[in-house]
Design a protein around this ligand. Structure first.
Ligand SMILES: [Zn+2]
Length: 76
């Protein structure tokens, strides 16, 4: 096995939430993250994809799920 792999998670894969220095867990569309985590500010210049750490990814999932549930309630 060659040792020349790229150092993943060294600097690029940090959580995109400003003030958060956790390692990125999932890569998500910046637009979706902004829509879901409106009370959190994102680091600027993230491009189309934003990495979220485990903690913020959980929050993201919670928010998006809630929105979906509300949508469903509004329809039924
Ligand atoms: Zn984070």
């Amino acid at each position: 096995m060659a040792m020349k792999h790229k150092p993943r998670g060294a600097s690029g894969d940090v959580c995109g939430i400003s003030d958060c220095k956790e390692k990125g867990h999932k890569s998500l569309s910046t637009k979706k993250v902004k829509q879901a985590l409106t009370d959190l500010s994102l680091r600027t210049g993230e491009g189309k994809r934003t990495h979220l750490c485990k903690k913020h990814y959980k929050e993201f999932k919670k928010k998006t799920k809630k929105e979906r549930d509300l949508d469903r309630l509004a329809w039924e």
